[in-house]
Structures are given as structure tokens and as C-alpha cells.
Design a protein around this ligand. Structure first.
Ligand code: OAD
Length: 239
């Protein structure tokens, strides 16, 4: 497609959000059936909420973790993995998602800026460990043995996302920035398109509808991620 054929693209940054996993059957946050339509995020996804009612928070994340074996990566996850494998330049994948569908779709490099359901974090000794069971206030840390100090390894509102230094270096150095299935309301991820543009990158948004930041992109491809990401990857690999 003309957008790419007259540009030299060597370094790509892809940002994904909940929309990339929607067609696998995982609820997004802000769509009509979204998680934050059913739960107030301030009662679940803040350190204060965890301190106030840990059992509620454990139940929420246990349920989401238990859903993972029931869902499969979709064509969008697989297309992005193919791009990472077959593109001659560099493809850096950063996701706000805490599921493991990019990895199971074949991606070998995935930067989880909001943490992962697959791990737990000890608030006492800072150990990060694989999540192997359901957790509650009686769970103890296998490293320091503290009880009630394990929390989901998820970046909550008011906390600093992971890997920001690496992400910013990638944004400063990319020729193409693509955001897939994200509403553009949660920062810092919502600001990545402006950062990439400032450094001279071409920017493309894939979303089934207009997002909060659509106007910041050079191009929007409106439609389901499975269709639009597959087409975009084909174009990039054909160029
Ligand atoms: P949102 O739920 O805010 O947005 C999902 C976006 O995906 C919306 O813009 C939808 O239009 C789009 N979408 C839904 N289905 C799609 C499909 N099949 N194809 C293409 N687009 C589709 O989710 P995020 O933007 O990921 O953070 O939310 C960002 C952060 O807010 C999350 O990481 C989470 C949440 O609070 C934490 O929990 C810390």
C-alpha cells in the first residue's frame, strides 16, 4: 500500500490493548460489556483498593487468570508474531494486556507494561514468581514466607508502568508506530502516538471504532483486529 511503499521502514513499535484479545473471548475494559462497566476500577485496580479489600481483588484476578486456559490466541496475535519473525527489520511489541495470548500466539518478545496475570509479586521481599494457584490473604510468599503480602503482578492506577525506559527508547527510534485495540484513555500508553510522531514515525491505528486519540494518527484502519492486523502485516511483509 502507498503508505508504506514510498517509505523505508526498518524499526516498528506495536502497542496492543484489550481489543486485540477481544475476539479470543476476553472482555475489554471500556466496551459495553467491559470489565470496568461491571466493576468500579477504584475498588479493584489501585493499591488502596487492595489494602481495603484484598479478598475482592484476589477474586477478580484469580477469575481472570483462570479464564486464560479457556481462550486461544486469535489471528491478530498470530499475525503480529509472524511479523516479528519474518520482518527484516526490528519489531518491538509492547502490550497493556496482562494475558498471555501474544506469547501463545508465537511472539518471543513481549513487553508487558501493565504486568502479567501469570505472575505474583511479594510486597515484602519484592520477589516476582509464577502464579501457580488461586491466591487469598492466607497465601504466603515462597521466598520470604510473609503471609498476606503477595499481590497480583499488575500495574494498578497510580503506579508506574514497567519498562518505560526501554519503551521510550524504542519510540524515539521507530519508523512506524502501530496501536491495536486500545481506547487511548490510559496514560502513558495513550501518549505513545504523540511521542512516535514527534520523532518522525508514521503512525497507524487499528480499532473497531474511533478512539480517544484517533486524530493523532496518520491513518486509522477501522475494523476487527483479526482482519485489519492480518492485512497490515501482509502489506508490511510484502513491501
Ligand atoms: P479498553 O477497554 O479501554 O479499550 C479497548 C479498545 O479496543 C476500544 O477502543 C475498542 O474499540 C477496541 N476494540 C474492541 N474490540 C476490538 C476488536 N475486535 N478489534 C479492534 N479493536 C477492538 O482497553 P485498553 O485500551 O487496553 O489497565 O485499556 C488500557 C488499560 O486500561 C488496561 O491495560 C487496563 C485498563 O484499566 C490496568 O488495569 C492497569
Amino acid at each position: 500500500m502507498a503508505l508504506f511503499s514510498n517509505r523505508h521502514i526498518e524499526r516498528i513499535v506495536i502497542l496492543t490493548g484489550a481489543g486485540v484479545s477481544a475476539e479470543s473471548g476476553l472482555a475489554t475494559f471500556r466496551d459495553a460489556d467491559g470489565l470496568w462497566e461491571q466493576h468500579d476500577p477504584m475498588t479493584i485496580a489501585t493499591p488502596e483498593a487492595f489494602a481495603r479489600d484484598p479478598e475482592l481483588v484476589y477474586r477478580f484476578y484469580n477469575a481472570r487468570r483462570n479464564q486464560l486456559p479457556e481462550v486461544q490466541p486469535n489471528a491478530a496475535h498470530k499475525a503480529l508474531a509472524r511479523l516479528q519473525q519474518d520482518f527484516t527489520g526490528n519489531v518491538f511489541l509492547v502490550t497493556q494486556n496482562v494475558d498471555d495470548l501474544h506469547e501463545r500466539g508465537g511472539s518471543r518478545q513481549v513487553c508487558h507494561m501493565h504486568g502479567e496475570l501469570a505472575s505474583m509479586l511479594c510486597q515484602s521481599c519484592a520477589a516476582v514468581m509464577p502464579a501457580v494457584a488461586d491466591y487469598d490473604s492466607a497465601s504466603h510468599c515462597p521466598r520470604c514466607d510473609s503471609r498476606g503480602k503477595l499481590r497480583p503482578d499488575i500495574v494498578w492506577f497510580g503506579e508506574m508502568p514497567y519498562h518505560m525506559e526501554t519503551i521510550e527508547l524504542q519510540l524515539a527510534d521507530c519508523d512506524l508506530f502501530v496501536a491495536v485495540g486500545t481506547s487511548g484513555v490510559v496514560y502513558p500508553a495513550a501518549g505513545f502516538v504523540r511521542q512516535a510522531t514527534m520523532h518522525g514515525a508514521m503512525t497507524v491505528e487499528v480499532n473497531k471504532e474511533v478512539s480517544e486519540v484517533t486524530g493523532c494518527f496518520h491513518q486509522q484502519r477501522q475494523g476487527p483486529a483479526t482482519v485489519e492486523v492480518t492485512a497490515l502485516v501482509q502489506e508490511l511483509l510484502a513491501d
